[in-house]
Design a protein around this ligand. Structure first.
Ligand SMILES: [Zn+2]
Length: 388
């Protein structure tokens, strides 16, 4: 296995709630981090190649914890009427763009016809350029629920049990359920709960029986309480959550995967029903983010269906304007993202973990905008892109 020394860098180290930099040499062995040592202490006989990182900062690669590679903003229904091949090609294009921006891992939460399982394999085998992926397959949705045209409609406990088992058989990493309506679909209600308590209990129990985590798309309303009662592991969005809902999440230590790009959506665009929904969300979400931080809820971050160069990086920079500190942003986008994605072998610069790294020109702990200047992207020990 090829051993590469990243020498002289300031390495960003991370513990549960804190981040700091340390001047270290980082030695990789094939796809993993073998050793960290004070600068100059690793002998030249120990490595095959040296990449001089003096004056640079090394962070864990970014982890986008909520994504749909086959979707882009706009008419989702129309995109999902295209042939699977076109959706897969779009996913491949987006994956390359996201990886080159420094997103080395990604949790995708709903693609039509299990396309996600196929692209996961293509990226893992090196056939195409893309991050390391964990997948849910099509989400479970009640008949007529949000995104029914790309997910699987299920009603009643027995259909749910079967749908979960189909996913386990197919080999997904997580079970995703659309508990409430959303913003993208006029005919759904963002605060209505589309599943009964019994249905959600079966979904979570069946997944947990097989050792798989569960995740729920919830905007607000009673669905939050039902999902928590059922034992859900993560909640996506939480746009319209009340303080009480967030307190319950904190109590049960449920991860909130935030999708804050909605805060920068133009409130005067689109049809009136959408504008009204967006305005209500934008007003409440700032308070939700603030309260979640105050309650020390574990947060991870997702760009949802947005893909363009440095989209996720820019999204992280924007979080500063919503009251998050650089170290909290970075922990959410690496360590917490890895945990909620079930990727225990990445998200932190520690010997034994995968060498998923980004090399930056400045210190993101001092200035989060440093995430926009990625000099090197390293995925599993391989340099994917080099800009300096
Ligand atoms: Zn989503």
């Amino acid at each position: 296995m090829k051993k590469v020394l990243f020498s002289g860098a300031s390495v960003i180290r991370m513990e549960e709630k804190k981040c700091f930099t340390e001047k270290l040499d980082l030695l990789t062995n094939g796809d993993y981090i073998e050793k960290l040592a004070p600068t100059g202490k690793i002998k030249s006989s120990e490595y095959d190649e040296e990449i001089n990182c003096k004056d640079f900062f090394i962070s864990p690669g970014l982890i986008d914890a909520h994504n749909h590679l086959g979707l882009e903003p706009g008419d989702e229904y129309a995109q999902m009427q295209e042939k699977d091949a076109m959706i897969a090609l779009r996913a491949a294009k987006n994956a390359g763009v996201d990886l080159l921006s420094g997103v080395t891992s990604m949790r995708t939460l709903g693609e039509k016809n299990y396309i996600d399982l196929e692209y996961k394999r293509a990226f893992a085998e090196g056939m195409l350029l893309g991050p390391k992926i964990t997948v849910s397959g099509p989400a479970l949705v009640a008949t007529g629920g949000v995104g029914w045209y790309m997910h699987q409609e299920v009603d009643g406990t027995e259909e749910i049990r079967k749908a979960v088992r189909q996913r386990l058989k197919a080999g997904v990493d997580t079970i995703k359920v659309m508990v409430t309506g959303g913003i993208s679909d006029r005919d759904t209600d963002p605060t209505r709960c589309y599943f009964s308590q019994e249905e959600l209990n079966v979904l979570v129990d069946e997944a947990h029986e097989a050792g798989k985590p569960t995740s729920a798309h919830i905007y607000g309303g009673v669905g939050c309480y039902r999902a928590i009662e059922a034992g859900i592991d993560a909640i996506e969005h939480g746009f319209l959550f009340t303080d009480d809902m967030l307190e319950k999440m904190a109590e049960k230590m449920i991860t909130l995967v935030i999708t804050p790009s909605i805060l920068s959506s133009n409130p005067s665009e689109g049809p009136e029903w959408r504008r009204l929904r967006l305005a209500a969300i934008q007003k409440r979400y700032l308070q939700v983010l603030h309260k979640a931080k105050e309650l020390k809820i574990t947060m991870a971050i997702g760009s949802d269906c947005n893909h363009s160069p440095y989209f996720f990086n820019n999204l992280l920079c924007e979080l500063k304007n919503y009251g998050m500190k650089p170290e909290d942003i970075l922990i959410s986008a690496t360590l917490n993202g890895a945990k909620v994605s079930g990727l225990g072998d990445t998200g932190q610069i520690v010997p034994g973990k995968k060498a998923d790294l980004i090399v930056l020109k400045a210190n993101p702990l001092e200035k989060i905008e440093a995430l926009r200047e990625v000099a090197l992207v390293v995925k599993e020990g391989k340099v994917i892109s080099r800009r300096a």
